[in-house]
Design a binder for this molecule. Structure first.
Ligand SMILES: [Zn+2]
Length: 290
């Protein structure tokens, strides 16, 4: 079963397509219909990456129904892979300084486990091995939550986080680590992060949402996302010399290429790269003061 969010997204993508061509038989959908739909999505302001996802979803539906491939390779929307960004240690330190105790534990947890949002939302005390200082991501049928690729994984976390979790557990009434006020899985971690970043004065002050809200005056900065914690952890471990295959296992990437993409971005900004680049260009003279 797909996660509810993914399922809703797929339903929405196909729903938009069905809204235009729903009365047709699947076998009658032509290349031109899909191209028209792509233009329509672009006109609605969707990014090339999102249009690509829509087309991929429609395409797999058609192929699943026995239709021959209707799109030509050149028809597919082209997009540039986004540069993987991680938080700088100073940013994380400032964020945590402005946080309440619960928020500090929550966002340190995101950082130290590298769990995905849904994995944190559904993490229970049974998943925390206090003795070995290891935390596991597992499916939770009771909440209809399934892990991506269905693969459980365990990650080692620092002693300091385990200590904080012991304190949190002592005051907890829930089986979940970070429940909502009503005790249900909390689905508002992103909103909480963005509010905290705004409060801490960490917004980039230059981004604007699709709805026209500016991060210079609202808690909507796109620089602050939960996924960036995963990238930050990958960067920290890579700089500390942890092998890429180990980082891949901890992040739960099914494909090493994804992990390497994270690490390439980290390497670009590392101190080692900086000294290498400066050494390569050491023949350039220092600018003279006049
Ligand atoms: Zn911003």
């Amino acid at each position: 079963m797909r996660a509810a969010k993914t399922f809703a997204a797929c339903k929405n993508m196909l729903g938009l397509f069905a809204g235009r061509y729903g009365s047709r038989l699947v076998a009658d959908i032509s290349r031109n219909d899909i191209l028209q739909h792509m233009l329509h999505l672009k006109a609605k302001g969707l990014s090339d990456r999102t249009v690509f996802n829509h087309v991929a979803r429609i395409n797999s539906l058609l192929i699943g129904n026995g239709t021959a491939r209707v799109l030509r390779p050149a028809d597919w929307p082209r997009y540039d892979e986004k540069v993987v960004s991680a938080y700088h240690p100073d940013q994380v330190a400032k964020l945590l300084q402005a946080a309440t105790t619960r928020q500090r534990i929550l966002f340190t947890f995101f950082l130290a486990t590298s769990f995905r949002e849904q994995e944190v939302t559904h993490c229970t005390w049974d998943d925390v091995d206090f003795r070995n200082k290891v935390i596991s991501a597992r499916s939770k049928p009771a909440y209809k939550f399934r892990l991506k690729d269905k693969e459980e994984r365990s990650v080692p976390v620092p002693d300091s986080l385990i200590k904080e979790l012991e304190n949190l557990k002592a005051g907890s009434q829930s089986s979940l680590l970070f429940p909502s006020k009503s005790g249900a899985p909390n689905r508002h971690h992103l909103r909480e992060l963005q509010r905290l970043a705004f409060h801490a004065g960490l917004n980039c002050n230059s981004c604007v949402t699709r709805g026209g809200q500016r991060c210079s005056s609202k808690a909507v900065c796109r620089r602050w996302g939960l996924h960036e914690f995963r990238r930050t952890l990958a960067t920290s471990h890579a700089e500390a010399g942890v092998p890429a295959t180990t980082i891949q296992r901890w992040l739960g990437h099914s494909d090493l290429t994804t992990t390497l993409r994270y690490l390439a971005a980290a390497d670009l900004r590392s101190d080692r790269t900086r000294s290498q680049v400066n050494a390569s260009f050491s023949f350039l003279e220092e600018p003279e003061c006049r």
